[in-house]
Design a protein around this ligand. Sequence first.
Ligand code: HBI
Ligand code: FE
Length: 290
Amino acid sequence: MLANDKAVNQGVAPVTYGDGARPPRGDYAAARADYTCDQHWERYTPQEHALYQRLYERQAAQLKGLACDEFIAAVEHLGTPQEIPRFDALSERLQRATGWEVVAVPGLIPEEAFFGLLAERRFPVTGWIRSPEEFDYVVEPDVFHDLFGHVPLLFNPVFADYMQAYGAGGLKASRLQSCEYLARLYWYTVEFGLIATPDGLRAYGAGILSSTGELRHSVLSPAPQRIGFDVERIMRTQYRIDSFQSTYFVINGFEQLFEATAPDFTPLYERVALQGELSADARLVSDRVF
Ligand code: HBI
Ligand code: FE
């Protein structure tokens, strides 16, 4: 029996967010080679469950008229707001609805690993929850952002198919060194996307839906610009990770998202590279402004 036959801890390199100046949060040493880890639900304290409940109830109270109907209809699938959901029970419900499951990760993971999980219909959810001091804002995605922001729409079949197609496209992009373009597409749709409805614009992006201030700002404030969804325009547009967005992109339905991932992105990446990038608040005459 070789010494290394015992379960050697895979321990994977931590990933930091933004400019990388922040130390990584989360126990990456406990993660497996695919960056997944165990949720250890029994380790959450009563204070952490209470913090989750307060975050949940504050957001749930302001969804009407701001969040899209599909999200409002699906958020109850998270189960009781009185405690942080058990990922295994949540995955059973999710699996039956769209074939997705929720897997625990220590925090942000490299793009290749991230795309790989999405391509397998496995959504990575950070295990830890923010500190009470970060109640209003946490830089890195925590369990509340990932569960409340991202998981409900994974119960929507069309959106769930988009997420899987996005992951598969991402795996190809990483070979084309075009992760930045795909990261922008993710940012301006999955994280900060708006959708047009007969009653007006509504939020479907997880970064908006899990943020106490940005939910109103993104739908109601006159400050940001809101322009029609255009993949090439999005892939050219930089984004800011630590302030409200100055530009939001508007889709007319989740089918539009899914269709956008149908073509091979290679020629698109070449056109985007030729046209050069745009600042987050750039305005083009070709923009369809809402
Ligand atoms: N890792 N855990 C986690 N969650 C994310 O949302 C995430 C990530 N790594 C990379 C990433 N998102 C973005 O860069 C995507 O655009 C790829
Ligand atoms: Fe997110």
